[in-house]
Design a protein around this ligand. Structure first.
Ligand SMILES: [Fe+2]
Ligand SMILES: [Fe+2]
Length: 361
């Protein structure tokens, strides 16, 4: 087995305490029809990475440098970015992409393990069937992200905040907590980010890969929404509150800049290492506000994955009480100040057809 894409001193395995309560379901008849349908769709939509994607061509560097956004800002459309030498653009793009894609890769491994846990832990046969197809999907996602990173750079270690998030979901005992932490928060963040990158990139293999992966993720998010929609109304207020807290804590790990460990902070560090001072870069970008605003309008605004997707999902499944909305609002206020705006003014709904949404831009 080759370990060419792992840094030398990186451990090959690492353990964490996982927990679940395994449930047999003695009812084999369909109970939640929407989940049976989703399972049937998943079977129809299987694909094979080696057969369906073109792995032969080299990465087009010029096209690749037109992929990038910096912490959600579509920087590659600015004069500042275009004015940098191709060599610098390629280095920044390549290393930031390796970082982001590595975390996508590690997140996929987490999703693979949690999907397998859900096969054991969910109480309905329909839910177990579906989770089995998701397990297969996530294995394929690990496969394709690992293969793509190999063409680009080496695999970066997992970001500590993502590791903490995955550990928490693996260690949660109840299947509802796993479903909220993985299917709603993690899958929601992933789907939103994959779609963003898919629509931004001009690199053909990356675009195809993200299209296939995002279609699968659209189903995974759909599973969380359909399943929890059926189950949340039957839960006690205490359990609902604990699920809301878990969703908030999980999302907070990845997007809260207060601890300096958000994904955005890590990307800014990479920029620095690649020779661009983030403060000076930001000042240059501030001069091009109009260009950025126009580019943002085209890509659907700056709300980001939590406000643009995770919160609407929580609202749709009945896990967004005024209490938890307050926690989210405090976090956005602390991170963005007056620019944050009120969550209650966001008009975003979860798209009806998630798979179609992936390819609409
Ligand atoms: Fe995935
Ligand atoms: Fe997924």
């Amino acid at each position: 087995m080759s370990d060419a894409t792992l840094p030398d001193r990186h451990p090959r395995t690492e353990s964490t305490r996982a927990a679940l309560v395994a449930l047999y379901s003695w009812n084999y008849e369909p109970e939640i029809d929407s989940l049976r349908t989703l399972y049937a769709n998943a079977l129809e939509r299987q694909w094979i990475a080696l057969r369906d994607l073109d792995w032969q061509s080299d990465i087009d560097r010029e096209a690749f440098t037109r992929t990038f956004s910096m912490g959600g800002i579509p920087i590659s459309e600015t004069g500042f970015w275009k004015g940098l030498p191709l060599e610098t653009r390629w280095n920044v793009a390549r290393t930031s992409a390796a970082f982001l894609l590595s975390n996508f890769l590690h997140g996929e491994q987490g999703a693979l393990m949690v999907a397998a846990q859900l096969v054991n832990a969910v109480p309905h046969t329909d839910g177990k069937f579906y989770a089995a197809t998701q397990t297969m999907d996530e294995a394929r996602h690990v496969e394709v992200f690992a293969a793509y990173i190999k063409k680009l750079d080496e695999v970066c270690p997992i970001a500590p905040s993502l590791k903490k998030l995955l550990d928490g979901v693996l260690a949660a005992e109840s299947w509802q907590h796993k479903a909220v932490g993985m299917q709603v928060v993690t899958e929601g963040l992933a789907l939103y980010s994959f779609r963003d990158m898919r629509n931004a990139t001009r690199e053909p293999l990356l675009k195809d890969l993200l299209t296939y992966v995002s279609r699968d993720e659209a189903r995974h998010t759909g599973y969380g929404i359909k399943y929890l929609n059926a189950v949340v109304p039957t839960l006690s207020d205490d359990v609902k509150a604990s699920l809301e807290d878990f969703a908030f804590e999980s999302a907070r790990l990845l997007v809260d800049s207060r601890a300096g460990t958000s994904m955005r902070d890590s990307v800014l560090t990479i920029w620095k290492e690649a020779g661009i001072d983030p403060v000076a870069g930001m000042a240059e970008l501030a001069k091009e506000r109009d260009t950025i605003r126009k580019a943002l309008e085209r890509t659907g605004g700056r709300r980001g994955p939590v406000r643009g997707f995770v919160i609407p999902t929580l609202r749709a499944i009945g896990l967004f009480s005024p209490r938890i909305e307050g926690h989210f609002q405090d976090m956005f206020d602390a991170n963005l100040g007056a620019m944050a705006g009120r969550i209650s003014d966001d008009a975003t709904d979860v798209p009806q057809d998630l798979e179609a949404w992936v390819e609409s831009a």
